[in-house]
Design a binder for this molecule. Structure first.
Ligand SMILES: C[S@@+](CC[C@H](N)C(=O)[O-])C[C@H]1O[C@@H](n2cnc3c(N)ncnc32)[C@H](O)[C@@H]1O
Length: 363
């Protein structure tokens, strides 16, 4: 019997649709395999090997139970298929052997580099953040205003961080690792920071971003402003960089420029307007060199211009912000509305490569 025929027209499409569907059902296994690769230190092992690594060499360096050695090729096969690692042919003693190599993505996971996103992978795939995702359907059906994160953990994301020092460290390390990418931004967009004497990094975490900026602009006096449990144990590491604890909804230290990196996307429109108004108040009235500004580094959704994968990453971030923090990713129109409501006059968006853009906002 001709099966294709028996199933009628469209069977091929239906089978394709099934594959598409199942891929999405099991996407989380891809995420967890990535987490596993980071936990096992595979990017570092390949990097330290100094050349592509064969399977036996890789297995010999992994800290795994001997009974699991036979399962390593399956993990690597998926990760190679996803583009996180590559395979190449290595010639040894005139014999060809297949070996694993890094790709641009896994090169970003090598530890102890200026840019190392391993902490980001481990924090974002921590059960504290993954578990609330299971509650999304219930959240849509219920009338609770709180986020799925709050429903599951019984407290807001920031309170959870306050009460769970281990997760708080993990999260702060993740944000610091993300900020490592600032090296590229600062070098590419020098004009944004030129002419400033003082800058406050509002919600600046442990100060990685401010440190990178102050190293590039040695005359610039940078302040990292964040909630007490984030900056409590951080000492000023130079005369140029100091830490101030506080609440950005109450008052923000004054400066020529206020930086908001990945802060606004974590808050509702109403909260963002409050934060922006506080920033406007904080822009030094007597700034010596022209008008002060707010510098926003955040996701700007641009479905028409961005490639499919870039938009997908931005939309996934948008869902994460909804699940965790009542926040959202915004397009230019959404940002413009916030700026007007907060009393700002004009703005300039510089799309930078990758997920984020720089927006300079002027009073
Ligand atoms: C997503 S993180 C971004 C950290 C940093 N800007 C970066 O990009 O690496 C948001 C930051 O806002 C801080 N934050 C949250 N609520 C705050 C508040 N009320 N006042 C000041 N900072 C706050 C958090 O502690 C956290 O460090």
């Amino acid at each position: 019997m001709d099966l294709t025929h028996a199933q009628g027209e469209g069977a091929t499409e239906q089978f394709q649709a099934q594959s598409h569907l199942y891929k999405h059902v099991f996407n989380y296994i891809g995420s967890m395999s990535l987490k596993c690769a980071v936990q096992l230190g595979i990017p570092d092992i390949i990097h330290n090997h100094g050349q592509p690594i064969t399977l036996p060499e890789l297995v010999s360096k992994l800290q795994i139970h001997p009974s699991k050695a036979g399962f390593v090729p399956r993990l690597m096969r998926l990760l190679v298929h996803s583009g996180l690692f590559a395979t190449t042919v290595r010639v040894k003693n005139q014999e060809e052997e297949e070996a694993y190599d890094l790709t641009p993505s896994s090169r970003l996971l090598i530890k102890d580099q200026i840019i190392s996103l391993s902490p980001f992978v481990l924090a974002m795939l921590n059960p504290a953040l993954v578990t609330p995702c299971h509650d999304l359907g219930n959240w849509y059906q219920g009338d609770k205003k709180s986020t799925p994160f709050e429903s599951v953990h019984g407290m807001s994301f920031w309170d959870y961080n306050d009460q769970n020092p281990e997760f708080n460290s993990l999260f702060n390390e993740a944000m610091a690792s993300d900020s490592g990418m600032m090296n590229l931004i600062v070098k590419d967009c020098k004009a944004v920071f030129e002419g400033l004497d003082t800058l406050v990094d509002v919600g600046g975490g442990t100060g990685t971003c401010a440190r990178i900026i102050s190293e590039e602009f040695p005359h610039l006096k940078c302040t990292v402003f964040d909630i007490p449990h984030v900056v409590a144990n951080l000492a000023a590491d130079s005369l140029k960089l100091n830490y101030v604890a506080g609440d950005m909804f109450e008052s923000i230290p004054s400066a020529d420029a206020l930086l908001l990196k990945l802060v606004l996307h974590g808050w509702s429109d109403e909260h963002c307007v409050k934060i922006l108004k506080k920033c406007r108040e904080a822009i030094s009235k007597n700034g010596s060199k022209g008008e002060g500004k707010v510098i926003i580094i955040d996701v700007v959704i641009n479905e028409k211009k961005d490639e499919h994968e870039m938009t997908e990453a931005k939309l996934v971030f948008d869902m994460l912000m909804m699940i965790v923090a009542s926040g959202r990713e915004r397009d230019e129109k959404d940002f413009k509305k916030l700026f007007l409501e907060a009393g700002f006059n004009h703005y300039k968006i510089t799309p930078i490569y990758g997920l984020r853009s720089i927006i300079e906002v002027y009073p």
